[in-house]
Design a protein around this ligand. Structure first.
Ligand code: PLP
Ligand code: COI
Length: 354
């Protein structure tokens, strides 16, 4: 078992008004930190008052981008208890990301202990207003104090938490998405399947352009053919073509979303045919013209299940599903959020109580 020291804060912050939460603006009283070096492995695990990090200016993370992160939530249930959704999946994905960037991994047991202990410490910060939760953001970065491009021998793992409301200002209302035809986010063999900071930095330019034009986020095409649908900035995507639900296959350049995996499992349990496959932009455009595309939505921890009401590509705009949330999207949203917030039974064994 990991030894976690606790240094409680002497000054507790005031909790924000639930209506002002938004996403990632407020932080709790404490943070978790542990350090790594080749000799000692992970060590010096502690929970301390939330504070700024002091790092050497040559630290690897600042120069060569050795940084990975995760995002998961703790939810307040109707009986007042606190629970997490599939945290083991986040731990496994973080280790996969670490493997790709050659950052140190940690045991699943330690990962769960860190999450449990930290959420228990900050449990008063888990909000209870509808649609709110405590967003947990673990991150891990290379911290060698030298400018040579080299393998990583020192690293730091930090966990912070932020009480959040909805990610998009639209809430559960449909978002407008722009399909990006110039910039690409990732290619196979690169880091697209990991949750590393660089993937998001590579997304900034297109995201900013889309935002200027009034779109919430960019939908990426694959980096080689610029033809196949990949994912949105902070969520995976799903489409309903008549009786088929289709979602881009995990080809290595998109993030294997935990919400995506959960949606696929829920839809299949409900009798839907769900295909993980290549979806070309031509197929998508045709399906918009013929009306075969009846629903589109994104899914992710922060975004939950978010209907897509408009898709814009190369100067053309298409309203999807009359710009309203569709029946499959709504059912998925209700079921998933029902399980996450403890209003529905956890028949899949996805919940970890604190
Ligand atoms: N794709 C990207 C690029 C993301 O940042 C996220 C959010 O984590 C997702 C997909 C959805 O993943 P998950 O459902 O695990 O949150
Ligand atoms: C999440 O859904 O947890 C994410 O990481 C999306 C994020 C980049 C805000």
């Amino acid at each position: 078992m990991l030894k976690i020291d606790f240094h409680p804060t002497t000054v507790k912050k005031e909790k924000p008004e639930p209506s002002t939460l938004g996403f990632g603006k407020y932080f709790t009283d404490h943070m978790f930190i542990m350090e790594y070096n080749d000799q000692d492995g992970w060590h010096n695990a502690r929970i301390e008052p939330f504070h700024y990090l002091t790092l050497h200016p040559a630290a690897t993370v600042f120069h060569y981008g050795a940084e990975i992160f995760e995002g998961l939530k703790a939810y307040r249930t109707p009986d007042g208890t606190v629970q997490m959704f599939r945290p083991i999946e986040n731990i496994r994905r973080m280790n996969n990301s670490a493997e790709r960037l050659r950052l140190p991994q940690f045991s699943e047991e330690d990962g769960l202990q860190i999450l449990d202990t930290f959420v228990r410490t900050e449990q008063d910060w888990v909000p209870s207003a509808p649609g709110t939760s405590l967003y947990l953001r673990p991150f891990l970065f290379g911290n060698d104090e030298t400018l040579g491009v080299h393998s990583i021998h020192h690293a730091m793992f930090v966990l912070i938490a932020s009480p959040v409301g909805s990610y998009y200002k639209e809430g559960i209302n449909p978002v407008r998405i722009m399909i990006e035809s110039e910039d690409v986010r990732a290619v196979r063999g690169g880091t697209g399947y990991t949750k590393c900071g660089g993937n998001y930095a590579a997304s900034n330019r297109a995201g900013e352009n889309a935002e200027k034009l009034g779109f919430s986020q960019v939908l990426w095409l694959d980096g080689v053919h610029r033809k196949y649908i990949e994912e949105v900035g902070a969520m995976n995507v799903m489409f309903r073509f008549g009786d088929e639900i289709a979602t881009p296959a995990l080809t290595g350049s998109i993030l294997p979303g935990i919400t995506r995996k959960s949606c696929i499992e829920l839809l299949r349990a409900d009798g839907w045919t769900v295909n993980e496959r290549l979806i070309s932009i031509d197929e998508l455009e045709d399906s918009m013209k013929t009306g075969a595309l009846t629903e589109a939505w994104g899914c992710g921890t922060a975004a939950v299940v978010s209907p897509i009401g408009e898709l814009y590509y190369n100067g053309h705009s298409c309203i999807v599903g009359g710009g309203k949330i569709g029946e499959v999207t709504q059912k998925l949203y209700d079921t998933l959020t029902g399980i996450q917030w403890g209003r529905l039974p956890d028949v899949h064994g996805w919940i970890r109580k604190i």
